[in-house]
Design a protein around this ligand. Sequence first.
Ligand SMILES: *Cc1c(COP(=O)(O)O)cnc(C)c1O
Length: 359
Amino acid sequence: MRATKAIVRRSALTHNLERARALAPTGRVMAVIKANAYGHGAIEVARTLAPEVDAFAVAMLEEAIELRKAGVESPVLILEGVEGDHDLHEALARNCWLMMHRESSVKRLCETRLDTKATVWLKYDTGMHRLGMDRAATVKAVESLAGQPQVQGAPVLCTHLACADDQESRTTPGQVSAARELAKKHRLPLSAANSAGVLFWPDSHADWNRPGYMLFGNCPSGHPDPSSVGLQPAMRLVSEIMALRHLRPGESVGYGQRWTARRPTLIGTIPIGYGDGYPRHAPDGTPVFIRGARAPLAGVVTMDMITIDLTDVGGVEVGEPVELWGENVSVNEVAKYAGTIGYELLAGLTRRVPLKYVD
Ligand SMILES: *Cc1c(COP(=O)(O)O)cnc(C)c1O
């Protein structure tokens, strides 16, 4: 068996969930597990967190169906909503909650005869300008949903924060107050906070909070140390040294000879590459963790392998375990080297990397 795998610690997931609850104790928790639970395996993450959460959220119907087929029974909100009668009926038959982000979807719902009552969230666009309705359209939607027999209770008013990861953001307070004002006026339950809202913006805490990234133990601000906000990384991406070689000064490594030895050098090869989701843009110097120390990437990331400079790490042998990201090198740190965010690295893990669950 290939040594490369992602080890997911269930107790870290529950720890982070408890952390989200403790930060925003009065609201209910909707755990966002879209994109295969940010690469951690949606089914296993849902099974682990189901007893602790009030609901889950995924981006699309297909992700919700995957959970239902695996026996997950908690409420699941479909963040992007559904298109067309077929998907609407399918979503309701599968007991999913619906995000309505366009007037036309609200109209369709009101005009469709349903056997089950729909639980509806309304997306109010307060500044993200990706999905959602402006204030007037949201008010119209609230009014047309009121008293509809096929709608379960009052809709939840939902908005998404554009800049909450920036603790100095001037946009966030305006978004929050706009959403609060409308929720209060129409006596609707409110949901505004994502992970960054939960962590950094107490005013954004409301009836429902929607943490995603933080549940996997990483700081949404990009901070390299999750313990600074009381989180534990849930994933360790690990592998092993598969080959070692000595280079003389002047000899180079890999495609295009990007990295050249300036001294007698020990190079270790690790069987992970961009075909697994390790970022191809990682530059020389990107750290991996081995034998209690950090060693720098040397040479380009290839599809199946990377090479690292082990000269300063004593006593390395073939088979030595390596952490690519996890408890010792955070995914945010690797992302920073590679010019991206940890979210992309986690969501970009490919199915070639088996997920193993511990605890
Ligand atoms: C992805 C998403 C979230 C969770 O965001 P995190 O930054 O991962 O906490 C919450 N709400 C919506 C609408 C989302 O799309």
